[in-house]
Structure formats: structure tokens, C-alpha cells
Design a binder for this molecule. Sequence first.
Ligand SMILES: C[S@@+](CC[C@H](N)C(=O)[O-])C[C@H]1O[C@@H](n2cnc3c(N)ncnc32)[C@H](O)[C@@H]1O
Length: 246
Amino acid sequence: MEGASHPVLFPITELIYFHQVGGPMDQRIWNDVEDYFTCNIVKQETSFSNALRRQNEEGLPPINVPPTQRKLLYLLAKMINARKILEIGALGGYSTLWLAKALPEGGKITTLEINAKRAGIIRDNILSAGLADKVEIILGPAKETLLEMAERGASIFDMIFIDADKENNPEYFDLALRLSGPGTVIVIDNVVRNGKIIEDGDGDPSVMGIRMSIEIAKKDERIESTVIQTVSGKGYDGFMVVRVNN
Ligand SMILES: C[S@@+](CC[C@H](N)C(=O)[O-])C[C@H]1O[C@@H](n2cnc3c(N)ncnc32)[C@H](O)[C@@H]1O
């Protein structure tokens, strides 16, 4: 993808029309706009593209963070000079690679993944990208791993990315706060879920888990938070950004 040129698929006036009148704004234009920005400004190393290809070939579901947002994770990590990052939910290690790339010499990302096959793919992808010295993979249920880390008093993380099973988000958020210090940035992915977050009904455990996380963000005075709604090749969603106060 690096250096690839990409045609402007829609004249800007047409984009404004879509946005202003709430017209036929659909997945097609979200995909094309995501591709446009991905090709022009996201850019990525060949080893990262290979990692994604491998992940697809192995039949992993395409549920990784979209390109523009993974670049944002990378930029956030750089902006706060993160040296220690925790990731909950790694899939094939694609977001892990981006976060690892943001780390300075001696920095480390610890990534938690429950699925052994996926952990193997992550390991291979990290090795191929030459980032093995920056990544620690912990296989197992994240709740147990996080609890063990919090109870042993593991040193705090500068940045925490929560992107695993959404029904456990309240526990992950709670434990992430125990592993945070002043200035820690926590990003929680997929909090909008095509608008389901505000729809009536309590049948979907993922939505319930996210609502409970929003309640934590609402009440906990140690933190400040916001949510950014997104559209992309992955549809309509959003992520919460939290900062732990000084
Ligand atoms: C959305 S994917 C992560 C995507 C990845 N962050 C990326 O953007 O490339 C969620 C991952 O969380 C893992 N997961 C689900 N439940 C988990 C649990 N209880 N503990 C640890 N990992 C879990 C899944 O196996 C899956 O690989």
C-alpha cells in the first residue's frame, strides 16, 4: 500500500451533499473514503501488510481495528511517549504491531489473547516484523491475567487498549484502572456498535458490557473521557478515549 496512488472517488461537493442532507450515506462511500485516506496518509510497512495477509489466510475474522484508527493508536502512543503499553485482545497481532512500532528503544507492549492458535500467529507476525524484543504475549483469559497483574502490583502502563470480548469490558476497564497511573491513556474500542448503545433492550451482552463501561466513565472522578463516533470499512462504530487524572 505504501506510496500507492488512489483516485478521488467522489467529488468533494458530493461528499458534502451526503453529509449535509443525510442522503444515501452508506457503506460503499465509507469503504472508499477509508481506502483513500489509508492509501494516502496511513501507509504501512510491508511486514505489516504481510501480517494482515497471513491473518486472513489463516481464516481469522476481519475484526481488527480499521487502518485510520490503528494509525491513531500509534500516534496517541507516540504523543504521550508511551514506554509501557497493555493490549487486551490481539487477534493476529495487527494492532499490536502498530503499537509496538510506536515504542521507543526499551519500550514494551504486553498483549493478552485467549486463543492459542491466534497467539502463534501473533508470535510469527511479530518475529517477521523484527519487533519481538518489544512484545510480550500472554495466553489466557484476560480477566485472570489482569487480576494476577493487579494483585502482584505490576508496574503501571502508560497506555491500555481494550479490544476483546465486550461483555467483560467493565471488568477490563476496572482492572485497567488498577494498572494505570496519572496520565495513563485508555482506549476502548467498539463502543457504538451501529448505534445499538442507545437502543432499547438489554439482550446483547456486548452492548450491556459497553453500557456498564460508560457508567464507570460517568462516575469515576479519577478519569476524564470522551467518545469518537466513526464510520469506516467496518461500518458505524466508535471508541472511547480515557485519561487518568494527575
Ligand atoms: C477484536 S479482536 C482484537 C483485534 C486486534 N486488537 C486488532 O485490532 O488487530 C478480539 C480478540 O480478543 C480475543 N479475546 C476474546 N475473549 C478474550 C478473553 N476473555 N481474554 C483474552 N482475549 C480474548 C479474541 O480471541 C480476539 O482475538
